[in-house]
Design a binder for this molecule. Structure first.
Ligand code: PMP
Length: 420
């Protein structure tokens, strides 16, 4: 950056710390007591951290979007501090060769952290792929079965339905249960399911992002050689999961663990190597596993961000701790809805309500636009429900602070008092 541009009135402060350049807020917004000169301010690390937090809470909104979604503030700040010159390499992660040792250390660390978070056994491969979870709707059947093979889909929302429709192109899928006629408000009892004795796999969407229906327990395929496959896009790393119950788990990163552009696949290694002949090379899990997700250029920056998020989740105490926080946040929001005497309503059966996506409607639906407008004035955004269901939806992923949910609940009570 040219020195002259740094002298512009709103130019960012550039501080040299060790080998890393840290961009701080424009000078006019920093409430620092020192006689700050550009290029050298003398705030201590602690003061600087405090400044960052202050500027965050002033500048940032509570973002309840379903994905891409809010990311942890400390992760964003760390990425910011490493953006210009990653670990003294003289370049940003975006500029690195994916085959160089620096990027290899980044992707390996991301995988190691994810393995410890989810306790992923050695006989499972972890892949960092592209194309979103939607691409996995095709990749799963292309890799796990032959064209005529039977597979089962348990459909608890529109993502599971989309996955089923895509699978029809590549194998012989059957919907063994669908909640569509009830507008997707529950998960069925597993006892009565008519599972195919020859089904190569049983597919579920572990958390239906739009309808807010989450599996709390998992069905077992009837075929002893069949495997359970789960789309965990919207509850990935939100709680501990026994990976060994699954043959394959996939998740788009952009809800709980990073930016869009990365899709993570965790697949049992013995399932690799059976891709259908027509499988494009980019959808063949074995090719990606054999090349440690570096067969072609991967979404490098997104993988780096996921790595920072995994590290942060470990620092928080791992997924047991993360789950406790998520239960607390969801608990106060569902309570507020249930205690509103019908002013707000969540249609989902209580036992399977999602910890991540909380859909709710207003008894007086004509107030919805005002609710959203007023919430936005209070810096709470993206609360509009998915276009296919209407109403509201608060997505409260790992990175949504408790303060955000408390603020929403206080706002909801206030709004009700004004309009009841
Ligand atoms: N599955 C679920 C559960 C989702 O929530 C989404 C995205 N909202 C998808 C699949 C599709 O993901 P992508 O846009 O990454 O393809």
């Amino acid at each position: 950056m040219a020195a002259t541009s740094l002298n512009a009135p709103n130019a960012p402060l550039l501080q040299k710390t060790h080998q890393t350049h840290v961009f701080l807020k424009p000078i006019s917004t920093i409430p620092c007591q020192t006689s700050a000169k550009r290029f050298s301010i003398s705030c201590s690390a602690t003061t600087q951290d405090r400044l960052s937090v202050q500027s965050q809470s002033q500048d940032r909104v509570f973002n309840f979007a379903a994905g891409p979604a809010t990311l942890p503030e400390n992760v964003l700040l760390k990425a910011q501090s490493e953006l210009y010159n990653w670990h003294g390499s003289g370049m940003s992660v975006m500029e690195m060769s994916h085959r160089g040792k620096d990027f290899r250390s980044i992707i390996e660390k991301a995988e190691t952290h994810l393995r410890s978070l989810l306790n992923i056994p050695e006989n499972y491969a972890v892949l960092f792929l592209q194309g979103g979870a939607t691409t996995q709707f095709a990749a799963v059947p292309l890799n796990l079965c032959a064209p005529g093979d039977s597979v089962d889909y348990l459909v608890t929302g529109s993502w599971g339905d989309k996955a089923f429709k895509e699978a029809k192109k590549y194998c012989n899928p059957k919907v063994i249960w669908s909640g569509k006629s009830e507008n997707y408000v529950r998960v069925p009892s597993f006892d009565g399911l008519e599972l195919n004795p020859n089904g190569k796999y049983l597919h579920i969407c572990a958390n239906e992002t739009i309808y807010g229906v989450e599996f709390k327990d998992y069905p077992v395929p009837r075929n002893p050689n069949g495997v359970l496959v789960a789309d965990m896009s919207s509850n990935f790393c939100s709680k501990p999961v026994d990976v060994t119950k699954f043959g394959l788990i996939y998740a788009g990163a952009q809800k709980n663990v990073g930016p869009s552009g990365v899709c993570i696949v965790i697949v049992r290694k013995d399932l690799l190597g059976n891709a259908q002949e027509i499988t494009p090379v980019m959808l063949d899990y074995k090719i990606h596993a054999d090349n440690n997700s570096l067969y072609n250029t991967p979404p490098c920056y997104g993988i780096y961000m996921c790595g920072l998020v995994f590290e942060d989740l470990l620092k928080q105490g791992g997924l047991e701790e993360v789950e406790k926080k998520n239960q607390k946040k969801a608990g106060i929001l569902y309570n507020a809805i249930d205690e509103s005497k019908g002013f707000y309503r969540c249609p989902v059966e209580k036992s399977v309500r999602s910890l991540m996506n909380v859909p709710f409607t207003l008894e007086k639906s004509e107030l919805e636009a005002e609710f959203l407008k007023e919430a936005e004035k209070e810096k709470m955004v993206q609360l509009k429900g998915h276009r296919s269901v209407g109403g509201m939806r608060a997505s409260i992923y790992n990175a949504m602070p408790l303060a955000g949910v408390e603020k929403l609940v206080a706002f909801m009570k206030d709004f009700q008092a004004k309009h009841a």
